[in-house]
Design a protein around this ligand. Structure first.
Ligand code: GLU
Length: 607
């Protein structure tokens, strides 16, 4: 049954004490914002995201009879309001769905796509013949904007698995945008960090730098332009965005970024045209599948490298009994497996519409066994390690050949993840992004949303044998790793995280913490992180460096405290996850501290 937009819309609006389009500001003035709890336990469905408003909106959808997909789309639309620097309709993402009815995990690839006119040398500055500086030139540009996939993904997800309409799913987000929400420290800081970029565009300055400063913590932030945009899309569906007035405006913003007079930023324009938006399609993809410790781990297939890289590393680790090792030995094996899997990611993974990705080989146990031969318990591999040779392997140590791999890593570390389960047993894990914090920095004038800079995930300099080279109509390789784990065909765990290429290691480390090292789900998320991505150093959070740095360095590692190149933060990831217990209850977890802490809620705290 498809829930009527008006029924769901009305009941949601009533419970939020707002009406879409109303001019009342009662909501904003009276509402101190939802309480924020990082862990919840209970029954009847659950939502977890980085933001309490978004989580609450998703939970209300569940309470009013919506299913996991309905709630996931409504939560994502709300995140486009309260987390606009990480995600929104100007970006893309990957939606992973478990159906209780079919027992299947299926996915949607809503990745941004390069325009048809994008040239191999698009990231080379014609004035110098050299690549543009990555930041700020390339990230703050029209040339890095990919054709957005998020709105089309929402519609596709609702068509495949939802019961409510796009109209109903957008309504709570529209109300939130119109009536406002309380600015928290993270929101404030993200604008402050983007001061120069956001002031470089008239539209962005008007929205986020009103009065000459970043929105103050505790103030109410409203985005009426986005409310109007959501209402337009609620009325008319995705059409205006992909083939109408809005698409023309997106194209104009990409080709002629609305720069402020006097900005020093060069802002290279992009080549996107209306036809690029018109031809955009989200892709249904078979999920990747790996067996690990008797569980079935499903992830995101290319164009994301998430499923193949998490899966390959798990296959390598499965050869070891991590639970009986010392913690340092377990971490050593995790780091080495990550490096080996990242080497293969660099050599083999790209958009499957243009690259022949050897997915079966990368996820084969025999291949993993051969890669595992390289790991030594008391010695650390010199990084970068070569990729394996997928054309010839037999799992026998000493037989394998290898080939060089690319190790470029320009992915930024923002993005957002949400996890939802409903009372029928359907589950969604969804990671969405506009790439860098603040994306390209370009707000589409009068529309209230930022455009992505996702095309910077391509390798900047063209090399014919690089699976992630720039090509027209191609999707840049992603690291997003929304993951659903089944036990005997039923959901056991769903997890995902932001964090650019560290997403892969964050998801992997949480799985190891939970499945091998015996940590509870909240503890598995809270534990200090380390990330090895086939680089000379292991990036670690300060707590990790303090606890394990010396012991791992003694094995030959080089554990270094991580600092995000853009924000300076030492945090890695901001995960959300749900665990399904045998008694029918769920443990719902968000970050307790990272990114200001997330929000986990259940429909019924008790049975
Ligand atoms: N662009 C990254 C990816 O697709 C995500 C960016 C992020 O996590 O901040 O993997």
């Amino acid at each position: 049954m498809r829930l009527g937009a008006s029924v769901l819309c009305l009941s949601l609006a009533a419970s939020a004490v707002v009406a879409v389009g109303s001019s009342t500001t009662a909501y904003a003035a009276a509402d101190p914002g939802p309480p924020k709890t990082a862990t919840a336990r209970g029954f009847g469905g659950a939502v977890t995201s980085v933001d309490p408003y978004a989580t609450r909106i998703g939970l209300r959808v569940l309470k009013h009879g919506g299913n996991a997909t309905d709630a996931a789309v409504a939560t994502a639309a709300a995140l486009g309001v309260t987390e606009p620097f990480s995600a929104g309709i100007g970006g893309g993402g990957y939606f992973v769905h478990y159906s209780a009815k079919t027992g299947k995990v299926q996915t949607i690839d809503g990745r941004e796509t390069a325009p048809a006119a994008m040239q191999h040398d698009a990231f080379i500055d014609p004035d110098t013949g050299k690549p543009y500086n990555f930041s700020p030139e390339l990230v703050t540009s029209g040339v890095s904007v990919g054709v957005p996939g998020t709105l089309a993904t929402w519609q596709r997800a609702l068509d495949r698995w939802g019961t409510s309409s796009l109209e109903a799913s957008l309504a709570p987000g529209a109300a939130l945008a119109r009536h406002g929400f309380k600015v928290d420290q993270t929101f404030h800081d993200q604008v402050q960090q983007n001061k120069v970029r956001f002031n470089a565009f008239t539209s962005t300055r008007k929205l986020y730098w009103r009065g000459g400063h970043a929105p103050r913590v505790g103030s109410t932030f409203r985005n009426p332009d986005l409310a109007d945009t959501y209402q337009l899309l609620a009325r008319r569906g995705p059409r205006p965005f992909y083939d109408g007035r809005l698409s023309d405006e997106i194209v104009d913003a990409v080709q002629h970024p609305p720069t402020t007079a006097g900005t020093d930023l060069p802002v290279p324009p992009g080549s996107m045209v209306a036809k690029d938006l018109k031809r955009y399609l989200p892709r249904d993809r078979a999920a990747t599948h790996t067996r690990y410790r008797g569980l079935d781990v499903y992830g995101m297939a290319p164009s994301s490298s998430g499923g193949s890289t998490v899966g390959e590393a798990l296959n390598i680790l499965e050869g070891y009994d991590l639970s009986s090792m010392s913690r340092v030995q377990a971490l050593h094996h995790y780091l080495e497996a990550s490096a080996l899997a990242f080497a293969d990611r660099g050599a083999y993974v790209g958009d499957p519409s243009q690259v022949d990705v050897p997915l079966q080989d990368l996820l084969s146990d025999t291949y993993a066994a051969e890669r595992a031969c390289l790991i030594r318990p008391h010695h650390t591999l010199t990084k970068p390690v070569d990729a394996g040779d997928v054309s010839s392997y037999d799992g026998v140590c000493g037989q394998g050949t290898s080939r060089p791999t690319t190790t470029n890593d320009t992915e930024n570390t923002q993005t957002t993840n949400l996890t939802v389960a409903d009372k029928w047993g359907n589950v969604v894990d969804y990671t969405l992004t506009i790439e860098q914090t603040g994306g390209s920095g370009i707000v589409v004038p009068g529309r209230g949303f930022l455009l992505n800079n996702e095309l910077t995930d391509f390798t900047a300099e063209y090399a014919a044998d690089d699976p992630n080279r720039i090509e027209p109509l191609k999707r840049p390789r992603s690291s997003m790793s929304p993951t659903i784990v089944l036990q005997h065909g039923k959901p056991y765990l769903a997890v995902g995280s932001p964090g650019g290429s560290t997403i892969i290691t964050t998801v992997l480390q949480i799985l190891m913490n939970r499945l091998d090292l015996g940590l509870s789900l909240p503890a598995a998320i809270a534990a200090p992180r380390v990330s090895q991505r086939n680089a000379a150093t292991d990036d670690a959070e300060p707590r990790f460096t303090r606890k394990y740095g010396d012991a791992l360095d003694a094995l030959g590692h080089d554990v270094k405290t991580y600092a995000d190149p853009f924000t300076g933060t030492h945090e890695i990831g901001a995960a959300t996850a749900i665990e399904f217990r045998r008694n029918g209850s769920v443990v719902v977890a968000a970050e307790p501290k990272r990114r200001g802490g997330g929000s986990a809620m259940v429909v019924h705290p008790t049975r």
